[in-house]
Structures are given as structure tokens and as C-alpha cells.
Design a protein around this ligand. Structure first.
Ligand code: PLP
Length: 437
């Protein structure tokens, strides 16, 4: 680990200028921008295991992991082999290939609440399609989502959506007519009473409740005890569809996702990130009864030229197979190392007198620069984002790459080592000391 606090930025700066002249903000997803933390974003040229290297040859311990997919670390050998093997046979056909059912089989075996699944190319498509399907199934218009939960960037879901919009300090998005969000009810997270009230007020009109069962997109915020149980009870009673958006949590907080961890069966599940093995994949699935409404079987239309792409399916299969075959060791080790890291940095903050609290579920976590506890968007937004920015830059200068926003979860991979964790805690001590200056 580089112990000096000045990293070279010449090449990254040049590449950023070049990108900015052609690509808005120089980025193809706004969460990659450094606007809220300041400093020069490193341009990444290579990754291996838990480490990444930038264009100036700086080395970082990576806790972003492509925002969640890379639970096996960068360039995982069996995932790479699968991708190369598939590519040699052609990259896309627009016709069915055997690997689509291979991945379906692996996903359905891990998620017993799903009998059928449809693959798409992003989490955004998965959630957008699941909402459409819930409306088709219930023949109702309203949807319930929660403040600080992000479900991709489709029009009706970009309401109090945490993540990138929260980082930019904007409530939703320009270009979304209010008519498109008039059926979206955004309620506070972890407040079952608010859900009861909404169902009373919009009796027989709410098609679905969509939730991140462990929120990652206002930083990591777990559901309170019995909150998910309450959502299940209310939606069942009201004959509304419960959608677990497990794009981030699927195969992350447990092999079978948050629904396995908490023992709750949602009606529909959306996935992405890990199931693509680092390639663009999303999925939505549920009971055959609901899924049979999807075209060509039913009237709910949804399509995709590159959906079920053979490279993406091969990568996903290799990833999920590896997780399945090493389930015990991987998830217990991830939990142990993550705890050590998160608590170690927490203790360092305490020692340095920096107000900080943390949330963690397995290998997904956030250090919030506030006294806490952080249980919803209101408490998350009390964080001192300026302090976070200083910490972020202090860590980056010491070779630790964190998500460049207070309102994003960080991740560990199975390739992170005890040494990575100790180096990161040591870097945090220095970063906290530097913040007081
Ligand atoms: C990342 C994410 C999405 C969006 O997925 P994309 O592939 O970025 O479109 C949706 N929901 C959750 C919970 C996510 O974390």
C-alpha cells in the first residue's frame, strides 16, 4: 500500500478532460463522478482480486467492486474463462441459447420464491418491468416505494430515489412529467404504519410495494425487526404484489439474498449486479401465475435485443456456480472480515473523536458521518457530507478506493485479505487524524 499521501493524477486528469469534452461530466453513470467528494477521479485500467490500478499506476484496495457485482473480486479466473469460452462461439444471436436456462436454473434453485424468471440487461429494466407486471397482475395503478430506495432510473421510480440523485441533492429528475409519477407513493422507510395508512387511503388501488430489503442506496440501511414481515402481511391482506428489489442484495447478503436471510417470500424479485458476473444483466421473477402474464405467454410486453446475452449468461453462471459450491466458506468469511473492517474503522473514528456510526449486513456496509443511528432517509441525510468527502480523499490518497458518496454502500469481495483490512484500518486512522487539521 502506498503510505504517502500524494498520489499521481497526471494521466487520470488528462483522461478526465478528454472524456468531459465528449461525455456529460466525463462519466457514463453520475455515481462515478467526484462532485460530492472533490479531487481527481482515478481512471481505472486494471483490476485483479481486491485491487485496482489507475492510469497513473496508483494501486488501490477496492471497496466498490463495480457497485456490487464483483463479489469474487476482479478478473475472477472461472468467470473470465466462461466469458472467453462463450465469446469464441459468437457474442450474440438474438435467438435462444442453452446458457439462458442454465442461469435460470441456478437462480431459481437459490430463490425458492421464484418459479420463473426473465433476464434483461440491467437492474433498471428489471424493476421497471416488475412494476409493469405488478400493475398488469393486479389491474391497479398506484405503487408504493420508500424514500432513499433506488430502483433504477425509470420515470415512475425516480421519486426520492436515494443514491445518485441524493448525492447531487436533487429530489427527482428533470424531464419526468408529474403525471408520470402521480401514481408513485414515496413513504418513509422502516415505518410500517405509513404503509398501513397508504393502503387505507388508496383502498384497492395499490398494485405493489417495492423495497430494497436491505437498502444500499442511501448508504447501507437494514430493515428494522419485523418491518419486512409487516410489509409481507399488509400486501398479502390487501392483495398487492410485494416486490423485493434484490438487485444489490441478491447473492450478496446471503446466497439466497435478503429473502433467505430474513425468511420472507416476496411475490416478485428483481435482480442484477452479481448474477451478471460483471457483465450487464438484470432479472425479474416470481410465481408462474404472475410470470405467465409476460409476453409471449401473456399481455404484459417486455423485450430486449441483447437480453440473455451468451457472454453475460456464461459469466453469471460461472459466478453463481462458484458461490454455490463455496457457499459456507465464502459468506462466513465475508461476514467475519467485513465486521473486522467496519468495526475497526469505527473504533478508529471514536479514538479520533470523529462522530461516526455504521451499518452493515454481511459484506455490504456504510460509515455514516453522523452520531446516528441511521434507520431511514431522514437520519441518513443528517450525515456530514463534507467530513465524508475529507475522509474519502484521505483514504484515496492512502490507496483505498471507496464509493465517492456518503449515500452508497461499500462492499467486500471474497478476494479481500486480512492484510487489506488491516491496511485499510491503518489508512483510516491517518485519514481521521488528517481531518482534524
Ligand atoms: C443498482 C440497482 C438498481 C439498478 O440497476 P442498474 O443495473 O444500475 O440499472 C436497481 N435497484 C437496486 C436496489 C440497485 O442497487
Amino acid at each position: 500500500m502506498p503510505s504517502m499521501t500524494s498520489r499521481k493524477v497526471e494521466q487520470s486528469r488528462r483522461l478526465q478532460k478528454r472524456a468531459e469534452s465528449m461525455i456529460p461530466g466525463g462519466v457514463n453513470s453520475p455515481v462515478r463522478a467526484f462532485g460530492s467528494v472533490g479531487g481527481d477521479p482515478p481512471f481505472i485500467v486494471r483490476g485483479k482480486g481486491s485491487h485496482i490500478w489507475d492510469a497513473d499506476e496508483n494501486e488501490f484496495i477496492d471497496y466498490v467492486g463495480s457497485w456490487g457485482p464483483l463479489i469474487l473480486g476482479h478478473a475472477a479466473p472461472d468467470v473470465l474463462d466462461a466469458i472467453v469460452g462463450a465469446a469464441c462461439n459468437g457474442t450474440s444471436f438474438g435467438a435462444s441459447t442453452p446458457s439462458e436456462a442454465d442461469l435460470a436454473e441456478l437462480v431459481l434453485a437459490a430463490f425458492p420464491s421464484m418459479q420463473k424468471v426473465r433476464f434483461v440487461s440491467s437492474g433498471t429494466e428489471a424493476t421497471m418491468s416488475a412494476i409493469r407486471l405488478a400493475r398488469a397482475y393486479t389491474k391497479r395503478k398506484y405503487i408504493v416505494k420508500f424514500e432513499g430506495c433506488y430502483h433504477g432510473h425509470s420515470d415512475s421510480l425516480l421519486v426520492k430515489a436515494g443514491s445518485g440523485v441524493a448525492t447531487l441533492g436533487i429530489p427527482g429528475s428533470a424531464g419526468v412529467p408529474e403525471e408520470f409519477t402521480q401514481f408513485t407513493l414515496a413513504l418513509p422507510f422502516n415505518d410500517a404504519q405509513a404503509v398501513e395508512y397508504a393502503f387505507q387511503k388508496f383502498k384497492h388501488q395499490i398494485a405493489c410495494v417495492i423495497v430494497e430489503p436491505v437498502v444500499g442506496n442511501m448508504g447501507c440501511v437494514p430493515a428494522a425487526d419485523d418491518y419486512l414481515v409487516a410489509l409481507r402481511m399488509i400486501t398479502e391482506r390487501e392483495k398487492a404484489v410485494l416486490i423485493f428489489d434484490e438487485v444489490m442484495t441478491g447473492f450478496r447478503v446471503a446466497f439466497g439474498g435478503a429473502q433467505e436471510l430474513y425468511g420472507i417470500r416476496p411475490d416478485l424479485t428483481t435482480m442484477g449486479k452479481i448474477i451478471g458476473g460483471g457483465l450487464p444483466v438484470g432479472a425479474y421473477g416470481g410465481s408462474s401465475e404472475i410470470m405467465n402474464l409476460v409476453a409471449p405467454l401473456g399481455p404484459m410486453y417486455q423485450a430486449g435485443t441483447l437480453s440473455g446475452n451468451p457472454l453475460a449468461m456464461a459469466a453469471g453462471c460461472a459466478m453463481v456456480r462458484h458461490l454455490r459450491d463455496h457457499k459456507q466458506e465464502i459468506y462466513s468469511r465475508l461476514d467475519k472480515l467485513s465486521r473486522e473492517l467496519v468495526e475497526g474503522v469505527g473504533a478508529a473514528a471514536k479514538e479520533a473523536g470523529v462522530p461516526l456510526c455504521y451499518n452493515r449486513v454481511g459484506s455490504m456496509f456504510t460509515w455514516f458521518f453522523t452520531q446516528g443511528p441511521v434507520t431511514d432517509w431522514d437520519s441518513a441525510s443528517k450525515s456530514n457530507t463534507e467530513a465524508f468527502g475529507k475522509f474519502f480523499r484521505g483514504m484515496l490518497d492512502r490507496g483505498v478506493y471507496l464509493p465517492p458518496s456518503q449515500y452508497e454502500a461499500a462492499f467486500l469481495s471474497s478476494t479481500h485479505t486480512e492484510e487489506d483490512v488491516q491496511q485499510t484500518i491503518a489508512a483510516a486512522k491517518l485519514a481521521f487524524a488528517g481531518m482534524k487539521k
